[in-house]
Design a protein around this ligand. Structure first.
Ligand code: HDE
Length: 688
């Protein structure tokens, strides 16, 4: 009989491609531990014959592969996660017994996942969308999941509307598009019929939904929660995360192009930063208020479409969140992590916000179908890191093997089995809930426009122009004119000038009548905390600068720019026409970090052009180079240029302004790069 051939024999590679087990490589085995002799060929009846059903190794491998996918999250399917810690800097002992909020200096391990909402798990990182901001704190008293968003309000007031909202925003069911976009008929149809969403509309149409980095967004617990102290007194609390790098957004045209240039833009940025030893960091702040104070607010704090302006209840910073470690395995951790707003610790309790109340049911329920078993909490990323014990047993994929005959309580047969503990256990706030049962919406929830107007008047002129233009963009994608008009009728109530601007941008022939608010709109004062631009940090930390070079570029100029940018905390990437790098004027080689066509300027915060004169001219015929410069200018970025770059500037049709600086003054360039050149915008873009 002829000896069966191995793949290595056939390829004649002498076993170099397919290594044998040795000291470095443990043997490859089946799940049963059976060592596999050949991982290249299935079991055949003869060399040109059919594959045999007997091949259990093939069947095990393929069966497992066939079942690798689990259902993606019904919302927030696309996300990136990281490990880190929460550190308390100020105790809330007067308000709560929760150890995580009273033990100053204690570092609580966390896993956090930041997500988009509407897109599927393979969608791009940069649609115009809310970002989920979920934090699982593995406290000594159990897991506390603070499952928030980067926007402090929500579209709806009652959980019963959530499936309608999500069906409206997701891909339309007959055509399965658009992916990850609100710019379509069903979304705006639903919104135009849901006046309570108007405040949220202002936030999502603002640049808050176009974050530059996951490290540059705010986070909010959204709902009011309660803190409960040892005396049983409760205080309301709202939770906030504020990014150490400052908040920053991209501009819309840039955002659209980033989606093509790097669909993983945010995930990659976080991965690169953590891999390089940087961290993502937020301040943790609370707003605390009593029932009496809440009664005096001009809105109901239990209505998740409302903020509590910081002017009314100031933020107190009490800790920090630091994410410093990318997960070992995306599926095991980021995909399988299951956040539940119902995961609380003693000393914290829910409020009666009807949106929160519905969420308390939804998350555990969805985990059951997504992760397939009631035992999803045994998956390492979900398991508490403090001791836990109960009489829950069995079920699909049970990993625990509790010994003994007792799985019930009370019992006399097992003296060391777990019992409830009134002293340290979770206690709900004692409340008198007397009242009339009914499917009702309290009248105090009926003011849908006052805070929308407050948000609008709190924006800078630039931000107002972006917001109005976003509405024009989105509503221009809506095919039904009556939906566009209905939206304009709401905008007219928020602010007559905003309604008019959007109507003009849409080219409406006749201005529709303003919608009729259920309650008179209040003229609330502007709130300084609501603008991104007014609160921007003048910094390059966490940002990235590109230096476009070519053969013959001046190495000294490149080095000086690099030094100044790095000193300011920025990353620097050298971009060249060929990834192999360039030969500088002095004959030295300079390696490139990116190739021009694959590294457009949308991926950077500012650009420097250090080009040899002749090279600059050559690049004038390269669309990628012309676009590199034109986009940097159009996206309001600082640009440093040397003499050799002037031809390229001209080819891009750029009339230099104060944001176009000499490459020979790296300090001035780096300073200009700390902000966008907002005054340039009127010269490059027609905004609504
Ligand atoms: Fe969620 N939401 N949500 N949501 N949500 C989910 O749970 C739901 C809401 C938020 O990274 C789902 O595990 C209802 C507000 C985040 O894994 C689901 C309502 C806020 C994440 C669900 C809301 C959020 C989710 C889908 C209205 C900000 C991602 C997959 C009552 C405070 C967590 C999952 C992660 C995920 C239900 C509204 C934040 C279906 C019913 C408001 C950050 O259970």
């Amino acid at each position: 009989m002829k000896k069966p051939q191995t793949q290595d024999d056939l390829l004649g590679n002498g076993g170099e491609l397919h290594q044998q087990a040795n000291a470095e490589h443990p043997p490859l085995t089946t799940q049963q531990g059976l060592v596999i002799a050949d991982n290249q060929n299935s079991l055949r009846a003869h060399p040109q014959g059919p594959t045999l059903l007997e091949d259990f190794i093939l069947r095990e491998k393929i069966t497992h592969f066939d079942h690798e996918r689990i259902p993606e999250r019904v919302v927030h399917a696309r996300g990136s996660g990281a490990h880190g810690f929460f550190e308390l800097t100020h105790s809330l002992a007067a308000y709560t017994t929760a150890k995580v909020l009273t033990e100053v200096g204690e570092k609580t391990p966390v896993f956090s996942r930041i997500s988009t909402v509407a897109g599927g798990s393979g969608s791009t990182d940069t649609p115009r969308d809310v970002r989920g901001f979920a934090v699982k704190l593995y406290t000594k008293e159990g897991n506390w999941d603070l499952v928030g968003n980067n926007i402090p309000v929500f579209f709806i007031q009652d959980a019963i509307k959530f499936p309608d909202l999500v069906h409206a925003v997701k891909m339309e069911p007959d055509r399965a598009f658009p992916q990850a976009a609100t710019a379509h008929d069903t979304f705006w149809d639903f919104i135009s019929l849901t006046p309570e969403s108007m405040h949220m509309v202002m936030w999502i149409m603002s640049d808050r939904t176009l974050p530059r980095s996951l490290r540059m967004i705010e986070g909010f617990g959204v709902h009011s929660f309660r803190l409960l102290n040892a005396a049983g007194d409760s205080t309301f609390v709202k939770f906030h995360w504020r990014p150490k790098l400052g908040m920053q957004s991209t501009v819309w045209d840039e955002t659209v192009k980033i989606a093509g240039a790097d669909p993983d833009y945010h995930r990659r940025e976080l991965f690169d930063a953590l891999s390089a030893g940087e961290v993502a960091e937020w301040e943790f702040a609370v707003q605390l208020f009593t029932q009496a104070e809440a009664d005096a607010f001009p809105f109901n704090h239990l209505d998740a479409t409302k903020i509590i302006p910081e002017e009314l209840v100031p933020l107190q910073v009490i800790g920090r969140l630091v994410l410093d470690r990318w997960p070992n395995n995306f599926f095991a951790e980021t995909e399988q992590v299951a956040f539940c707003p119902s995961h609380l610790v003693p000393g914290i309790d829910f409020s009666n916000d009807p949106l929160l109340q519905g969420r308390l049911f939804s998350y555990r329920d969805t985990q059951l179908s997504r992760l397939g078993s009631v035992n999803f909490e045994q998956i390492p990323i979900n398991a508490a890191k403090c001791p836990f014990a109960n009489h829950q047993r069995d079920g699909h994929m049970q990993m625990a093997q509790p010994a003994g005959r007792v799985a019930y309580e009370p019992n006399t047969l097992s003296p060391d089995s777990p019992r409830s503990d009134r002293t340290n256990g979770f206690v709900s706030v004692a409340l008198d809930e007397g009242g009339e049962r009914g499917r009702v919406r309290d009248a105090s929830f009926a003011d849908h426009y006052s805070q929308a107007r407050q948000f609008w008047i709190s924006q800078t002129e630039t931000e107002q122009a972006h917001l109005a233009s976003a509405l024009v963009f989105e509503l221009s994608k809506v095919e039904h004119p009556h939906i566009r008009e209905a939206m304009v009728s709401h905008l007219l109530v928020i602010d007559a000038a905003l309604g008019q601007r959007v109507a003009d941008g849409l080219g409406l022939e006749k201005l529709p009548a303003a919608a009729t608010p259920a309650q008179p709109v209040k003229n609330l004062p502007p709130s300084a905390a609501l603008s991104i631009i007014d609160n921007a940090r003048h910094t390059l930390a966490g940002r990235c600068i590109a230096i476009l070079v070519d053969d013959g570029s001046d190495g000294a100029a490149i080095a000086a720019l690099k030094k100044a940018a790095v000193a300011a905390g920025a990353g620097v990437k050298v971009i060249a026409p060929r990834v192999g790098g360039v030969t500088l004027a002095n004959g030295e080689k300079l390696a490139a970090d990116g190739q021009l066509a694959g590294s457009p300027s949308v991926l950077f915060d500012a650009v420097a052009l250090v080009l040899a004169g002749s090279a600059g001219n050559a690049l004038c015929n390269e669309a990628a180079a012309v676009d590199f410069v034109r986009d940097a200018f159009g996206h309001l970025k600082a640009i440093a240029t040397d003499a050799g770059a002037q031809a390229l500037l001209m080819a891009a049709g750029i009339k230099p302004d104060a944001g176009v600086l000499g490459a020979d003054n790296p300090k001035a360039f780096v300073d200009a790069a700390c902000t966008r050149q907002w005054t340039r915008e009127a010269s490059v873009r027609m905004l609504a």
